[in-house]
Design a protein around this ligand. Structure first.
Ligand SMILES: Nc1ncnc2c1ncn2[C@@H]1O[C@H](COP(=O)(O)OP(=O)(O)OP(=O)(O)O)[C@@H](O)[C@H]1O
Ligand SMILES: [Mg+2]
Length: 358
């Protein structure tokens, strides 16, 4: 069994100092609006992934006026006791596990995996391609450290390559042509790894997703996920050669997985254009539930966060989530009150009133 026994926040968002004890199953965090519930689960998410699902910059998470924010978790890890520590300061983020600093996120990811259901999930349909790539990247990285390593290298090479394209467009410097060729082939190499991993991911999640859509809609709807590859992995390197003129004109890299996207489809049609609000909710929920199944497979433990999602959902949908996560791993649920939460959950869960804890 793996679970967070306690969490101490210091200057994290609105919390000057907050110490919270948790149970090993469902933890229901109750408090009025702006009492800091989301901030608590955000800290847990950050402890798993080194980044927030919400903040655009890490500095946002430091309490206004404070120099840095910290979150410390005591963890029961299959009979062992771990201490996990996160600090966020002006110079960046640091994760320390049992007094050992983690130098690279790609070596750490998967210590525990996390999935967060939040009201922001609608962005999977209505948001930007960047939102959807973030969804792919976060979740595939949790399952494959190699993916994250390729992604980090890809981003670095992409940045360099874009700079070279810019300088070549500005003034035709001869030497840079060679550099461009080297970077193109390095980029294509990492790009192929990323596209192949994404292809594998969609092949794995798609049947589970379709099944979930069927279940949630009681058989009324058919859903699937369509991975939209910007450039075929086999054609990546030759696109950089054959279509160089267009890249020079644009002064940026036009081909590769940094321009990938995916769409959710309902009954064969793109959800962004065709799905009703209820259908969109069904699809978003189905994609998250399918992810739970994917992430729960494998050795590393999973923790689920349900931030402010229950107040929006009918009992049928609430129960779909509970059946997927409850009793399998530790769960954190935030709500403004216990009203509207399924009864069985309240009996089993630990209720934490955030305004009463110190
Ligand atoms: N860096 C920061 N420093 C100080 N306060 C902050 C910081 N970031 C956010 N806050 C404030 O923290 C408060 C708590 O926010 P949080 O989102 O955790 O509340 P919540 O309990 O989830 O509320 P809701 O029920 O409305 O979702 C808000 O008033 C917010 O403005
Ligand atoms: Mg909130």
């Amino acid at each position: 069994m793996f679970f967070i026994k306690s969490l101490v926040l210091q200057d994290f968002r609105c919390h000057r100092h907050k110490s919270l004890p948790f149970g090993n199953a469902a933890n229901i965090i109750i408090g009025k609006n702006a009492s800091g519930k989301t901030s608590v689960v955000e800290a847990i998410y950050c402890l798993a992934l080194g980044k927030s699902y919400k903040a655009t910059s890490a500095a946002e998470m430091i309490r206004k006026g404070a120099p840095f924010a910290t979150a410390k978790a005591e963890i029961a890890n299959r009979g062992r006791e771990d201490v996990l520590f996160l600090s966020i300061g002006a110079s960046g983020k640091k994760i320390v596990l049992n007094n050992k600093p983690i130098p690279r996120l790609s070596d750490y990811l998967g210590y525990f995996k996390v999935i967060a259901f939040s009201p922001e999930d609608y962005r999977l349909i209505k948001g930007t391609p960047g939102d959807r790539r973030n969804f792919m990247d976060v979740n595939i990285s949790q399952m494959s450290p190699g993916y994250l390593r390729s992604l980090i290298r890809y981003r670095k090479i992409l940045k360099q390559r874009n700079e070279v394209l810019k300088s070549l467009a500005d003034r035709s410097v001869r030497g840079d042509e060679d550099l461009l060729n080297i970077l193109s082939s390095q980029l294509a190499k990492e790009g192929r790894v990323i596209i192949n991993e994404r292809t594998k991911f969609f092949a794995g999640i798609n049947p589970i997703f379709s099944e979930r859509v069927k279940q949630i809609s009681a058989g009324a709807e058919r859903g699937d996920l369509n991975y939209i590859i910007n450039t075929d992995p086999h054609l990546l390197e030759q696109s950089y050669t054959r279509k160089r003129a267009s890249e020079l004109a644009a002064q940026t890299t036009l081909f590769g997985p940094h321009r990938d996207d995916f769409e959710m489809r309902i009954n064969g049609e793109a959800a962004a254009a065709f799905a009703s609000q209820g259908q969109q909710k069904t699809l978003c929920l189905a994609s998250k539930l399918a992810l739970v199944d994917m992430l729960a497979a494998g050795d590393s433990p999973l923790i689920a966060i349900l931030d402010d999602v229950f107040s929006e959902l009918d009992f049928n949908r609430q129960n779909q989530i509970l059946q997927a996560v409850d009793r399998k791993f530790q769960v954190f649920i935030t709500a403004t009150s216990v009203a509207g939460l399924a009864e069985g959950l309240l009996e089993r869960g630990k209720i934490i009133n955030i305004e009463e804890e110190e």
